[in-house]
Structures are given as C-alpha cells and as structure tokens.
Design a protein around this ligand. Structure first.
Ligand SMILES: Cc1cc2nc3c(=O)[nH]c(=O)nc-3n(C[C@H](O)[C@H](O)[C@H](O)COP(=O)(O)OP(=O)(O)OC[C@H]3O[C@@H](n4cnc5c(N)ncnc54)[C@H](O)[C@@H]3O)c2cc1C
Ligand code: FES
Length: 302
C-alpha cells in the first residue's frame, strides 16, 4: 500500500497554485518561484541597435536584496534567465529589472505587457562591499547596460542617512549614442546630490552634444579624483572593464579597490549545476561581484 500523502491521486486542482505563499517555505525548494505581476514597462533606449526596457514588477511577496545581487526570471512556457536588480534595495514591494533584448527569453519578455505575469526566484549571489567603502570616494564607471546593476548601490549610497559616510562621488556613464543612455530621468537628481559629479560620454560626436566623446578608459586620465582614497566600481562590456581596470591600476588604484560584476552564462543560479564556474569559483554564489584582485587569481575565462 502507498502512504496516502505519496499518492498522486490525492492532489486536486485547488491545492495546486503558483502563489509561493501557498506552496510553503521556498527554503525547502529553492526552485519555487514567486508569482510576479508586471506593473509597468519603460522603454529606455530609442536607437535601432539597442532595445532596453525597464520592467517594474510586483512580486506576490517582497524580495529583499543587496546591491549587486540578481534574480532568475521565468517567462512562462519560454524559459528562465538571470538579471541583476536595478532598483533601490529599500523599496521591497516593487523591484525593477532593466533588460536588453538579446535572444529567446528576453525577446519573449519584451513582448509582454503591464498586467502580465512572470516568475522570479532569488535573490542570489554576493553584493558590492559598501560597508568596506565607507570613508572613501567612489568612482562609478558604467558602459551601456552596465549602469543597471550599479543603480541599487548608487541609490543606497545617496540616501541621506548614508551619503555622509562616503566622500566624493564621481559617475562616468558611457553609451554608444545619445539614444542609448539608461535611466536618463535619474541624472538631474543624482547630479544634485552634494559632492557628486556626473559625466556622460558617447562613442562618437553628435550634433548638439556638449558632453564627453570617447571610451571611458581614455577619459579617466583627464578626470581629477583622489587616487589614494577612491574605490572604482565598474560595470559594462568585458573589453571596457579590462581596459578601464588597467587604466585605473596604472594610475595607482590598488586592485582590491576596483570592483566589477560578471555576467557568465548561468542555469541554476544557486551553485548546483556548475554552468557558471571560473576555475573553482561559481559566479552565481561566489560572485557576481568580484574585485580585480580576486579576478587576477582566477583563470581568465570571463
Ligand atoms: C548575474 C547576471 C546578471 C545579469 N543582469 C542582466 C541585466 O540586468 N540586464 C540584462 O539585459 N541582462 C542581464 N544579464 C544577461 C542576461 O542573463 C542574458 O542577456 C539573458 O540570459 C539572455 O537570454 P536570452 O534567452 O534572451 O538569450 P539567448 O537566446 O540565450 O542568447 C542570445 C545571445 O546572447 C548571448 N548571451 C546570453 N546570455 C549571455 C550572458 N550571460 N553573457 C553574454 N552573452 C550572453 C548568447 O551567446 C547569444 O549570442 C545578466 C546575466 C547574469 C549572469
Ligand atoms: S549557475 Fe548553476 S552553478 Fe552557477
């Protein structure tokens, strides 16, 4: 005889639900996702080559996260992919993910509308060491979509109760063209915080553009900052990260004060499948945030 609770005939439709709160504790099964409603979608870029949207999401239960962490998002019947949190971590009932259309999952996600449902599991991964950075200046450099995972840290450090714990803040935000900047609606507010400089650069000159032109690694030499007291936080295409970190190291910033976040291909997100390893590190649990010193001690597979 089968034990009653193991008999599949004992399941009935009313006991099966997609709401996490009804399925019990997610700690028993880390793959159980949280049903999440799309509240709004913001078209960030307007160029033909980049299609980036910010999804404002309302999970059925709040997701509390640290800057730098990520979630796995499922589009029903399509698949799952990892995305870094892109909103302030103090707002827990809604979260924002800023997502570029690159392939199967992201293409299907971009076709969804406000009111549609997706599923999230997480938060996963480590976070930026913002406590360690207290008392120091911070130099953020973001290339394109790289601004998305930095935004939670930017917002957290700009909170009045945190701002005084840090020195000068520099932000160098790079985009291919003026049509490709993300979160443009934040720039005026960010640049009005005390002791903050926000600089924008595009790859090639454009009429009417009076900001910087050129790649960030070629521009940082001309920007004045206190090398002895600065943490550099970089996010963007791997080629930009490499060139920038070389530039910062040559200028005198030690590698343990340069941080970045990696976007390896991932499946489980929780250290089980081995898909995201670099040497003996799993990017999904040991990262995605690493210092350049840590990356130097890992095989160059990223
Ligand atoms: C920790 C983490 C955080 C991330 N945060 C964001 C984010 O905030 N916003 C965002 O838009 N994307 C982010 N990504 C990347 C995102 O996960 C991929 O773009 C997504 O998985 C692509 O899925 P797809 O099915 O649409 O594309 P696929 O059909 O799987 O692939 C389309 C193309 O994209 C390439 N590709 C897919 N995934 C990656 C990847 N991880 N790295 C490099 N190339 C890839 C493929 O080689 C292929 O050329 C993050 C990835 C990680 C690991
Ligand atoms: S994604 Fe499975 S181990 Fe990292």
């Amino acid at each position: 005889m089968f034990e009653a609770e193991r008999n599949p005939n004992n399941y009935n439709a009313s006991s099966v639900t997609t709401e996490t709160k009804d399925l019990g504790c997610a700690c028993l099964n880390p793959y159980i996702p949280i049903k999440t409603k799309i509240l709004d979608i913001i078209q960030e870029t307007t160029s033909d080559s980049q299609d980036v949207k910010t999804f404002i999401l309302s999970p059925a239960k709040p997701i509390s996260f640290e800057p730098g962490q990520f979630v796995e998002l499922t589009v029903s019947g399509v698949g799952e992919a990892p995305f870094g949190f892109a909103s302030s971590p103090i707002v827990e009932d809604t979260i924002q993910l800023c997502i570029k259309r690159t392939g199967y999952v992201t293409d299907n996600l971009h076709r969804l509308r406000p009111g549609d449902i997706v599923y999230l599991r997480g938060p996963y991964g480590n976070s930026f060491p913002i406590k360690e950075m207290e008392g120091h200046d911070i130099f953020y450099v973001a290339g394109g979509l790289g601004l998305a995972p930095l935004r939670p840290m930017i917002e957290l450090i700009f909170l009045p109760e945190n701002r005084q714990k840090y020195g000068n803040i520099k932000m160098l935000l790079a985009a291919r063209s003026t049509k490709d900047f993300l979160f443009k609606y934040d720039y005026e507010r960010w640049s009005n915080y005390p002791d903050t400089d926000l600089l924008l650069t595009i790859d090639n000159p454009e009429p009417e553009w009076d900001g910087l032109v050129g790649f960030p690694n070629n521009l940082v030499h001309d920007i004045s900052f206190d090398i002895q007291n600065t943490y550099a936080v970089l996010c963007g295409p791997p080629v930009m990260i490499k060139a920038l970190s070389d530039a910062f190291v040559k200028m005198g910033i030690p590698k343990n004060r340069i941080y970045t976040t990696l976007e390896m291909r991932m499946t489980c997100g929780i250290g089980k499948c081995g898909k995201c390893n670099i040497g003996h590190k799993y990017v999904c649990v040991d990262g995605p945030v690493f210092s350049m010193e840590e990356l130097d001690n890992m095989p160059g597979e990223y």
